[in-house]
Design a protein around this ligand. Sequence first.
Ligand code: PLP
Length: 383
Amino acid sequence: MKIPFHKPCITDRDVRAVVKCLRNGWLTMGNMTIEFENAFKKYVGSHYTVAVSSGTAALHLALEAIGLKEGDEVIVPAMTFTSTAEVVCYFKAKPVFVDIEKSTGNIDVSQIEKKITKRTKAIIPVDYAGQPADLNDIKRIANKNNLFIIVDAAHSLSSYYKGKRISRAADMTCFSFYATKTLTTGEGGMVATNNKRWAERIRIMRLHGISRDAWKRRSSRGGWYYEVVSPGYKYNISDMQSALGIEQLKKVDSMWRKRTRIAERYNKAFRNIEEVTIPYIKGHRQPSWHLYVIQLNIDTIKISRNQCIEQLKKTGVCVGVHFIPLYRHPFYRKKFGYAISQFPNCEWVYKRIISLPIYPSMTKREVTKVIKAVTNIVSRNRR
Ligand SMILES: Cc1ncc(COP(=O)(O)O)c(C=O)c1O
């Protein structure tokens, strides 16, 4: 029995919704997208939501909306997917990496202030694995230094922080609907904000810089008229994707409950195994359990993290590593001179982490198999 790292949760209802959209003949962005944005807005509790083609596009347009410029700096955690930092580079601005907490994998708030300069414009905290970052503490720093907070919530749809799905501390919150995420549209993303001006800017920039207001003003000229007010992007989502998103959103909480049950089983099984550290969840938050990341206590075993992954693969269990820290990639190293020695916590974590399979359709047998595989490998290789 092979256990993939992820399987999307696609039911007949999802399939029917997409087929219905295909049959009705309107494939690109239209009414289904408006419906998806409205349902999403209700779910996360924000005033405005704008759907886009990916989580990366969401982050890019959020930075565009705050007016990021060449030479500016944006603070990001060193342990994240490249999207979080690459969008900063789109503006010829500098992503400034901050080390993470060993326990949660989230940005280490105590290290943010020393990285702030006159050029710093924003902080992009990432809710690593689906555990919300310390947004209230980050907000205090942002207020003091006049910085925007754009949350990379690619992992954290369904999470709660201090009783809210998205924090009031965030200026904008960016979600991803990539194939492995807690809600998928294949590819897709969403920006949520309470700021009307930013939402309107993002709406314009996601579709070639075409102004809807201008279109409304001139509608007397007929449906063909539009005005380009800025060189925008082709970042819109389609109605086919939105139709899937609407269905996925209806079951997003039940999918979360299923992942939570799996996480609880893993926690119970690994809690007393000395070679494995289970995810540490801080107070006042509920994780989405997008990822279940264990840390191997490599001092207590004879094999490395990579060898452990190889052995898991041999037993048919596919796992991942989230993430290869950004400063380890040639681009960020060469362009900005980052070095491994600058991020000791990140390095410590990177050498130890393995992301285990966790998705709603995982059966009890599959979860048991993963637990046995991990347990057997670490006990076989005990020092
Ligand atoms: C932390 C993080 N941020 C941003 C993204 C980008 O999302 P997308 O693939 O939808 O562009 C990802 C995607 O994997 C991610 O893991």
